[in-house]
Design a protein around this ligand. Structure first.
Ligand code: PEP
Length: 251
């Protein structure tokens, strides 16, 4: 079986301005720059990406975007293309549930973004996850399998892909999935990948996201199909985020 390097990725969402973002990035680099055995990524808001990327240049902390356009250029007001990001980021989150729910992004659009990112040498961190009503109906597995399959439509570069299982009910609620639930669902994600690309299933990293913190990260990362975490709230504090990185480095 392939060895999968764990990933800790921080999604700052619409938090931090340029100055506080720089401070946060530098704090994380100071505390976690020397930690090995884990891929460390911060995803600041677009306006801070250039300064954060400059501050982290030469460090082991990578920079990601929180979104990316599937279009190359032109009349797409407010959008940011892969070519604009290419020199600044290594990763881009696509299909976060907030974009799906609040901005109506479909899995077809998410798949287009994932393909555009990979074509530009940017690794997509592709998010999927069920909401509470789906879970209560007992349909979480089939929902996530279908959503992931649709969101992977046209994806062929399996070396440039990270999947993040993020149950909507666990995001920002302080109520993380149990490690058993998270393991069950990341296994479903891996099965979907196996059905589409048998050779890639053991090497694609599948993360868990949803209220991860220093109190639950060790147990979550101990699960065989969980290769790291996509982190919101806890990524906004350098010390807390660095504890997650340390846990992943030691896992
Ligand atoms: C997220 O938004 O991707 C996330 C996981 O948020 P939180 O860690 O705050 O639940």
């Amino acid at each position: 079986m392939a060895t999968r390097t764990p990933v800790i990725a921080g999604n700052w969402k619409m938090n931090t301005d340029v100055e506080s973002g720089l401070k946060l990035a530098k704090g994380i680099a100071e505390l976690s720059g020397a930690v090995g055995g884990v891929d460390k990524i911060v995803c600041p808001p677009f306006v801070s990406i250039a300064s954060v990327a400059q501050a982290l240049a030469g460090s082991s902390i990578q920079v990601g975007a929180q979104n990316v356009s599937a279009n190359t250029d032109g009349a797409f007001t407010g959008e940011v293309s892969t070519s604009m990001l290419q020199s600044l980021v290594s990763h881009a989150i696509v299909g976060h549930s907030e974009r799906r729910v609040l901005y109506g992004e479909t899995s077809v659009q998410v798949a287009e973004k994932a393909v555009a990112a990979a074509n530009a040498g940017i690794t997509p961190v592709l998010c999927i996850g069920e909401d509470l009503s789906v879970r209560k109906l007992g349909n979480a597995e089939s929902f996530v399998a279908a959503q992931l399959e649709a969101s992977l439509s046209g994806v062929t570069d399996w070396d440039s892909l990270i999947v993040a299982y993020e149950p909507v009910w666990a995001i920002g609620t302080g109520e993380a999935a149990t490690s058993d639930q998270a393991q069950e669902m990341t296994t479903v994600c891996r099965q979907v990948i196996r059905s589409l690309a048998p050779n890639a299933a053991d090497s694609v990293r599948v993360l868990y996201g949803g209220s991860v913190n220093s109190g639950n990260v060790v147990e979550l990362l101990a699960q065989p199909d969980i290769d790291g975490a996509l982190v919101g709230g806890a990524s906004l504090k350098a010390e807390e985020f660095s504890k997650l990185i340390a846990a992943a480095g030691a896992s």
